[in-house]
Design a protein. Structure first.
Length: 100
């Protein structure tokens, strides 16, 4: 049967408490750092990743629309440059009716 050494038990409790305190301090430091970083980003007018991705998607959609409209304009300009065909290529002869 092992006897429990009070010195080692106290040291183990002390180390457990120290690790818990260190972990809590680390979490607190992380929260403070995160808050400061967000405040600094706001002061510098930086955008979040979500805002950036939203604007990127809008820009891609606008670019696709521009390409589509550019192709449409080129097609319309090409059609406008071609001479319009007349129904008949020979001039019509007009005859006067004589008055009787």
């Amino acid at each position: 049967m092992q006897s429990r050494n009070p010195f080692l038990s106290d040291m183990a409790d002390l180390m457990t408490d120290a690790f818990s305190a260190a972990q809590a301090a680390g979490e607190e430091a992380r929260a403070v750092f995160h808050a400061r970083a967000e405040r600094m980003a706001a002061e510098l007018d930086l955008v979040t990743r979500e805002e950036f991705e939203a604007v990127r998607a809008q820009a891609a959609a606008a670019s696709e629309e521009v390409e589509s409209l550019r192709a449409r304009v080129e097609k319309l300009e090409a059609a406008a440059k071609k001479p319009a065909r007349s129904k008949s290529t020979t001039p019509r002869k007009t005859t006067k009716k004589s008055s009787s």
